[in-house]
Design a protein around this ligand. Structure first.
Ligand code: GDP
Length: 195
């Protein structure tokens, strides 16, 4: 689907360091350890493009990846780390928020939620920020291979219900497993349609 392999462009730790907004962008957000790096790697069909983080408390930048010179995938810093200091958390929240508010080329955010845990209050805070910034977003449930048969559909329904009154939410909840490749072709096709 993507003609050439994705390439890492840069990581930005400050809003002044973002690349020029000259290509459509699709961003990925979620709690630390939700499976964001694995999903990005799975989507572009490459291993280790986005560093899979073994260290949930690690500080993260906003990472940009180029796809075929026609769109960028944006890996936003994971939130909800138990061990990070308040100042660190605030710094990355501010960076994420500034990016979301001001990015004219941002087409869609995929907000990842672990399908085993469902939507937590820290996720609801992220959704509040997206609704406030009026950025179109879609929920993606991750690690579906860990669920029992039929459980995935239940989590999908419950999540859909929980976001039904949110103004910027796309009324579809995707169910994925990067490990098994479940839901990835659909997501890929959708990204191409959106950009
Ligand atoms: P990130 O911190 O959100 O970037 O999360 P990672 O992609 O680094 O994944 C966190 C952990 O979850 C790693 O141990 C991964 O191997 C695991 N993981 C990620 N995706 C899946 C999945 O689809 N299925 C299963 N079973 N494990 C996954």
């Amino acid at each position: 689907l993507f003609a050439r392999p994705a390439t890492f462009i840069m990581g930005a730790a400050k809003i002044e360091q973002l690349p020029d907004p000259d290509l459509p962008e699709i961003a990925f957000a979620g709690r630390s350890n939700v499976g964001k790096s694995s999903l990005i790697n799975g989507l572009v069909g490459m291993h280790k493009l986005a560093r899979a983080s073994n260290e949930p408390g690690r500080t993260r930048e906003v990472n940009f990846f180029d796809l075929d010179g026609r769109l960028r995938l944006v890996d936003l810093p994971g939130y909800g780390w138990a061990k990070a200091s308040k100042t660190t958390v605030k710094k990355f929240q501010d960076l994420g928020r500034d990016y979301l508010r001001g990015r004219v080329t941002l087409k869609r955010v995929y907000l990842l939620i672990d399908s085993r845990h469902g939507l937590k209050s820290v996720d609801a805070e992220a959704l509040d920020a997206l609704d406030l910034a009026a950025v179109s977003y879609q929920i993606v449930l991750t690690k579906a291979d860990k669920l029992k048969k039929g459980e995935g559909e239940k989590v999908q329904e419950a999540t859909l219900k929980a976001i039904s009154k949110r103004p910027a939410a796309f009324p579809v909840v995707a169910l994925t497993s990067s490990e098994k490749g479940l839901g990835l072709p659909e997501l890929r096709a959708e990204i191409m349609r959106t950009t």
